[in-house]
Design a protein. Structure first.
Length: 258
């Protein structure tokens, strides 16, 4: 900002604005001023501008303050010039800051609209996927099938294996009871294998009418939900940036009199 203010202070527009409120020519060309420091009464505009540029300097101070040094030939005039300069610079900075804020708001609004469209598109893709496969959540469905069907069969298998182990100490392996238990265990093991294969292949009791393997169904759905989550995060960030842009920033300037 110091460079911006320095350039503005050195501009013809700024100095002409000051000169409209305070007759700088009259002050700096006063014959009581030593001729080495005095502005010639008939000085051209460009010479007048160059003369004033040597009398006004901007210094960037700690804390974000810009201090303007004003060189005049009596305290009252120096104070008057400093006040006019400060007011004019405040107005310039405020206008510039407001313009930057408006530009930032326009950009933030554009990004917010874009993020909103991407989020809506991601939600639509997820909804279309769910509708086409007649499933609200294939991940949950697959987990439920694995828990209820396969889990139930595995529970039975564990029970039969425990029963077989307890009976082995009493009955021989060739006894009808032991053979029956072994047959039931073998049947359960085959059924569990078949159920897991069905979940992986999409056949049999698969909820997907197209017969798509659950592994592929879950993979596609996961990609869509992650894309939707990513779009949601982008939208939330864009919305926060847009809301933050509603509060204009302030710039502090002071004038030091000499």
């Amino acid at each position: 900002m110091q460079k911006v203010i320095s350039s503005y202070v050195a501009s013809d527009t700024f100095l002409q604005n000051i000169n409209k409120k305070i007759d700088l020519r009259e002050h700096y060309s006063n014959p009581r001023i030593d001729w080495l420091d005095r502005l010639p009464a008939n000085a051209r505009n460009e010479d007048f501008l160059a003369y004033l540029q040597k009398r006004f300097t901007v210094n960037d101070m700690i804390g974000g303050y810009d201090v303007i040094d004003v060189e005049a030939f009596d305290p009252k005039t120096a104070a008057a010039i400093a006040k006019v300069m400060n007011d004019d610079i405040d107005s310039m900075v405020e206008t510039m800051t407001e313009r930057e804020r408006i530009d930032e708001m326009k950009f933030a609004k554009t990004e917010l609209d874009r993020a909103e469209q991407e989020l809506l598109a991601a939600k639509l893709q997820t909804a279309q996927f769910q509708d086409s496969h007649q499933q609200f959540d294939p991940v949950a469905t697959a987990a439920q099938l694995d828990t209820t069907v396969v889990g139930g069969l595995e529970t039975q298998l564990s029970q039969y294996r425990a029963l077989l182990s307890s009976r082995r100490d009493v009955l021989g392996d060739n006894s009808p009871t032991m053979k029956s238990l072994q047959t039931q265990i073998s049947a359960l093991e085959q059924q569990i294998t078949a159920e897991r294969a069905r979940l992986a292949s999409g056949g049999g009791a698969s909820a997907d009418k197209g017969g798509m393997p659950y592994s592929e169904l879950v993979e596609q759905y996961t990609v869509l939900t992650e894309k939707e989550l990513f779009a949601t995060n982008i939208y939330n960030s864009a919305e926060q940036a847009y809301e933050a842009g509603r509060t204009p920033s302030a710039r502090k300037t002071t004038s030091r009199r000499s």
